[in-house]
Every structure is written in C-alpha cells, then in structure tokens.
Design a protein around this ligand. Structure first.
Ligand code: FES
Length: 104
C-alpha cells in the first residue's frame, strides 16, 4: 500500500497509507484532511491538493480543469494542482509529497 506524505493547509505533516485503486479524496477525507463535499463529481473544489512534483500529478480531466479555472480567483492554482477525487491511487504514488490547498 502506497504511503503518501501530506502537508495540511495549516502546515502540519503526516504520512498516510492508502489502498491502491482507491480515490485519493476518499483516503484523505477518511482522515479529515479534505472535505470532498460533492462526493467526487469534480464540482466543489474541496479536495484540491498540490503535488510537489507535477510530473507525478498526471493530467487533469476536462471537468477538473474547468473547476480549477473557476477556483483561480479564490485560491492559488499551481502546475501541480489536482482535485484528489479525480485521482486513483497507484503504487506510483508511494513516497510522493502533496499539500492540501487552502479552502476556496
Ligand atoms: S470532491 Fe468535490 S471536487 Fe473533488
């Protein structure tokens, strides 16, 4: 099971262990690290995370791209910005560093 290093919006760090195939948002919300208000429909932005290494972040879905564009006036959108609900955890995520974005 991949271990993911997470920095919270308040700057605390923790390492979580996640199940391969699960949604990253589900893994983070189970620990109270993101809200995931829309349940994974890419329509709320409350699961926004920053990947430290944008090459690991992967490509945004079309809906995700529109959602992040809409958030741009409220929060910092970076090259490594992703909606964690749109990411399935794989072994490639083992050891990565992500940061929880501030609330929009
Ligand atoms: S859970 Fe709403 S955008 Fe990801």
């Amino acid at each position: 099971m991949p271990k993911i290093n997470v920095t919270t919006a308040s700057g605390k760090t923790k390492t979580i262990t996640a199940h391969t195939g699960a949604s990253m948002m589900d893994a983070l919300s189970a620990l109270g690290l993101v809200e995931g208000t829309c349940g994974g429909a890419a329509s709320c932005g409350t699961c926004h995370v920053y990947f430290a290494d944008k090459s690991i972040a992967g490509a945004r879905t079309e809906d995700e791209g529109y959602m992040l564009e809409g958030l741009e006036e409220f929060v910092d959108i970076r090259a490594g910005s992703r909606l964690s609900c749109q990411i399935k955890i794989t072994e490639a995520h083992d050891g990565i560093n992500i940061e929880i974005a501030p609330d929009a």
